[in-house]
Design a protein around this ligand. Structure first.
Ligand code: SF4
Length: 336
């Protein structure tokens, strides 16, 4: 684990529905997560697990019919009182995004404007948020930002179509870092790229994190990348966090049967080869969430309480650094 254990972003009991009234479905339930300063927190799960919904909810970018129905999202600045992100006015939110928290979304490299050069797209962010900067200062900063992500300044004059996919994604990362944010949220930032390029970019990001001191929430369905690049990993299933642990502990000994299955769905990077057993069946639909533990229809270890009682997320005995939501690791004879 790198950095101290000061929180920079904390999510408490966050609930999100899609739709309202009788037709509402629960997309996120009682999410509790803390991102510590300087940390890379990885979020994994199959599609529909709620990991992207969580990124949209935390950044207040959730589009209707998504509704936050409860909970808190607090940002902890280096000095002063925590800020309740869910209570920010639209103007406060505009100032907050990019400066304190920035986002690189899935397929972001395709969201560069095709008719503007890299320079103008980078300097536009600076112009909007740093009105005191002169034009030469903005140009210098744009070149510095490109250098940070390993692109030479002569590409400032390029248009997006003149760059490779990997370079475009690096430009998006440079843009996300333009205002020195404390938190960068990356939702499947490298999925469209080949494996070698993905690793190169993530390695660079981890190095930058060490240099610049920001924290990262890194979301991907590829748990092997998460285990390699994150300090802590949270696994989501059916809109809930089902296990959270340090990347090393999770890789060595996943406690939740779903985490175990996910880890065995990808080839191991180091050490002995693992059999790719995967997970039978498909993830549940939000409209037809199984009773009790949502994983029970697919779980090879399901037993009596699983279909009827929702397991709570708590520490397994003797493991203060890990939480897991599974009856195998909790006393299921008593109410909690
Ligand atoms: Fe499997 Fe039961 Fe644990 Fe759910 S609670 S993961 S069904 S053993």
């Amino acid at each position: 684990m790198t950095g101290t254990r000061q929180p920079v972003l904390s999510v408490r009991e966050l609930n999100v529905d899609y739709g309202t009234g009788d037709g509402a479905v629960h997309a996120l339930r009682d999410i509790d997560l803390t991102l510590h300063r300087g940390e890379v927190l990885g979020l994994a799960g199959e599609s529909g697990s709620g990991k992207s919904t969580l990124a949209y909810a935390v950044t207040r970018l959730l589009a209707p019919p998504g509704v936050i129905t409860g909970g808190d999202v607090l940002y902890h600045p280096r000095e002063g009182a925590p800020l309740d992100i869910l209570a920010l006015t639209p103007a406060e939110l505009r100032a907050f995004r990019w400066q304190e928290l920035s986002i690189v979304f899935q397929g972001a490299m395709n969201s560069l404007n095709p008719v503007h050069t890299v320079r103008s797209q980078l300097t536009d962010v600076l112009k909007a948020h740093r009105p005191g900067m002169t034009r030469p200062e903005r140009d210098t900063k744009a070149a510095e930002l490109l250098a940070l992500v390993g692109i030479s300044a002569d590409r400032l004059a390029a248009y997006p179509h003149q760059l490779s996919g990997g370079m475009r994604q690096r430009v998006m990362i440079a843009m996300a870092l333009a205002l020195d944010p404390e938190v960068v949220i990356m939702d499947e930032p490298t999925t469209a790229l080949d494996v070698v390029m993905q690793r190169q970019i993530l390695r660079q990001l981890v190095r930058l994190r060490e240099e610049l001191g920001f924290s990262v929430v890194f979301i991907t369905h590829d748990i092997s990348l998460l285990v390699e690049f994150s300090d802590r990993v949270a696994i989501m299933y059916g809109g809930r966090v089902v296990e959270e642990a340090t990347a090393g502990a999770l890789y060595r000994d996943a406690r939740h049967p779903y985490s175990h299955g996910l880890l065995h769905s990808f080839p191991a990077l180091h050490g002995p080869r693992r059999e790719l057993s995967g997970i039978p069946g498909s993830p549940p639909h939000l409209t037809a969430m199984p009773s009790g533990c949502a994983f029970h229809p697919r779980c090879p270890k399901a037993f009596e309480p699983c279909a009827v009682r929702v397991p709570f997320l708590g520490h397994p005995e003797g493991e203060e650094e890990r939480t897991v939501a599974c009856w195998l690791h909790h006393d299921h004879d008593h109410d909690h």
